[in-house]
Design a protein around this ligand. Structure first.
Ligand code: ATP
Ligand code: MG
Length: 365
């Protein structure tokens, strides 16, 4: 069902995206693929549908829950790996026995994270061997991989580079904080283990107008509900083309049976989700909160670097360092709250504009 708010898993529930799926299908034949797109654009759905369609040894880690955390440690990483390994077929799971730090008890895999801990490279090596033996590619998916940049006391880039260079595994990194994924992988940083490695890049854009309206029409048809064309148009003008918001709207409509109510409910949910994500973003940037709010307020309808400088200086009454200001703007674009087009910064999505237009959300800022 198109209006199911969970990520889609069944290929028949995935609307459009043939091009992205086909790129992704090519990507998984290579060592490294990045699947990038702003929040709720459909990244997890794409990967989950592909997991249903492509017979491979899939290891899927969902790192979203670390979004609000300041850091994660080796124990968190091994726990996520353990969870993922416990979803592979029983007979393959048994083959993990013998890797240092891995215990297969009955059918359950346990990974050690303290003394005698499991090494990610050993694990990847064994997965590669199992894959080869079974004639399947081992594919490691790190969903919301930007969270791994907060991993403390362990450099995951070394085992990843080792896997890239020596093993038959494919790595897929998804990320909604597009710039943060680049920062984590440091592909362009000469001192980094993954420096210079080639990768396949798949981006998941919002639906253009026609597709968004067709998505809604199809979703309503599927459940036999008739909705007026001008309401569909109005939904698109208010929500834009991000599949997540369109899905929520459809889902809400089916409960409320009223366009206005469904729209209001979707906007209010959307705005509160965005503000929560913004607070998460601020939680690791203590001390600069009021500047970030000020920037979002100035840029809600589009802004230039100099507009932001003027606004912050007027607010604080002192000069702000140019480099520092550029860094603040870069962090907001890396986290996909703003996008930069030519010399203009603007909210990455219409729902983000709505969130920062609302005086309630801006509070004392
Ligand atoms: N192509 C699509 N067809 C049908 N539904 C979709 C499609 N893309 C996304 N959706 C729906 O939109 C919502 C968001 O999708 P999904 O969770 O896959 O996106 P995401 O990019 O992984 O989001 P997040 O940034 O929150 O992790 C879900 O309700 C999903 O069912
Ligand atoms: Mg997701």
């Amino acid at each position: 069902m198109l209006f199911d708010p969970k990520p889609k898993e069944d290929p028949k529930d995935l609307f459009d995206r043939e091009e992205e799926i086909s790129k992704l299908r090519t990507g998984i034949k290579y060592p490294l693929t990045l699947l990038l797109g702003i929040r709720r654009s459909g990244k997890s759905s794409l990967i989950k549908v592909l997991m249903k369609e492509e017979d491979a040894l899939w290891i899927y880690l969902d790192l979203r829950k670390y979004e609000g955390k300041l850091y994660l440690n080796y124990r968190d990483l091994t726990q996520e790996l353990e969870k993922a390994l416990n979803t592979i077929p029983d007979k393959l799971r048994k083959l993990l026995n013998g890797v240092k730090g891995v215990n297969v008890m009955g059918l359950e895999v346990k990974l050690k994270w303290g003394r005698g801990k499991v090494e990610v490279s050993d694990l990847l090596e064994r997965l590669s061997e199992i894959g080869e033996r079974e004639g399947k590619r081992a594919i490691i998916v790190l969903d919301e991989s930007q969270e791994l940049r907060k991993l403390k006391g362990y450099n995951l880039l070394y085992p990843l580079a080792y896997a890239y260079d020596n093993l038959k595994v494919s790595l897929v990194f998804t990320g909604s904080e597009v710039g943060m994924v680049y920062r984590f992988l440091k592909l362009n940083d000469a001192g980094s283990p993954l420096f210079g490695r080639a990768f396949v890049n798949v981006t998941v854009p919002p639906f253009p107008r026609d597709k968004a309206i067709e998505f809604l029409r199809r979703g309503f048809e599927e459940v036999g509900v008739r909705v007026k064309d001008d309401e569909l148009e109005d939904a698109y003008s208010n929500l834009g083309g991000i599949p997540g918001w369109l899905t929520y709207y459809g889902f809400n409509y089916l409960q409320e049976r009223d366009h206005r109510k469904a729209l209001d409910k979707t906007i209010s949910l959307g705005v509160s989700l965005i503000m929560e994500e913004f607070r998460n973003f601020l939680s690791i940037r203590r001390g600069a909160e009021s500047r970030y709010y000020a920037i979002m307020r100035v840029c809600v309808k589009g802004c230039r670097w100099s507009d932001v400088k003027r606004a912050i200086e007027a607010k604080e009454g002192v000069e702000i360092d140019d480099k520092r200001l550029s860094e603040l703007l870069q962090n907001l674009t890396d986290a996909s709250f703003l996008i930069k087009e030519n010399d203009e910064y603007k909210p990455a999505d219409i729902m983000i504009s709505k969130a920062f237009e609302s005086p309630i959300n801006m509070g004392s800022y």
